[in-house]
Design a protein around this ligand. Structure first.
Ligand code: ADP
Length: 160
């Protein structure tokens, strides 16, 4: 499809689960905008520059991927970037309940924009950014949670 989709999230930090969803999205869409949410009410482990550097370490200069920080409603970012689709990943029924609420609210706000749900690969079902942060805090093994490029960047940023 010659379309643009936004994959919004905190990416604090990007994980193997996110990367899988982005790769699947690239099979469906010509351009995927990774929308990095900036929310003053949220506490992040990684600042914006670090979150960007971690994402860039995985996708280098893939011309089908655009990294875009934003601090507004996702549908506003869609309108600004002419993206008609929002991609979200689903791990379980909790993700589904949460994501369906947001997707329906977005439908009410702008019915031109559709949310596409992509199920996780079952080997990544256990992965969340929160778990990764706990592993970083308590020096657990990150191998099965983040791509090797992210691991190396975390080392170079002196985070692990
Ligand atoms: P948010 O702060 O919006 O929850 P996240 O960075 O945690 O942002 O997640 C962004 C998106 O990635 C969400 O759609 C989430 O469901 C999806 N996601 C996170 N981890 C996984 C995973 N292991 N498998 C599939 N999708 C995932």
């Amino acid at each position: 499809m010659n379309h643009t989709a936004i994959f919004p999230g905190s990416f604090d930090p990007i994980t193997l689960g996110h990367v899988q969803i982005i790769k699947e999205s690239l099979k469906l869409f010509n351009t995927v905008i990774i929308g990095i949410g900036i929310n003053d009410n949220k506490k992040y482990m990684f600042n914006l520059d670090e979150r960007i550097a971690l994402i860039q370490s995985v996708f280098k200069s893939n011309k089908h991927i655009i990294i875009k920080p934003y601090s507004q409603l996702t549908i506003k970012l869609c309108v600004e970037t002419n993206a008609k689709y929002i991609v979200r990943g689903l791990r379980d029924i909790r993700d589904f309940n949460y994501e369906l609420d947001i997707a329906l609210a977005n439908q009410v706000l702008d019915h031109d924009i559709q949310t596409i749900f992509i199920p996780t690969n079952k080997k990544y079902i256990h992965i969340s950014s929160s778990t990764v942060k706990e592993l970083i805090r308590f020096k657990g093994n990150l191998e099965q949670f983040v791509p090797k490029e992210v691991y190396s960047t975390l080392v170079s940023l002196n985070k692990i």
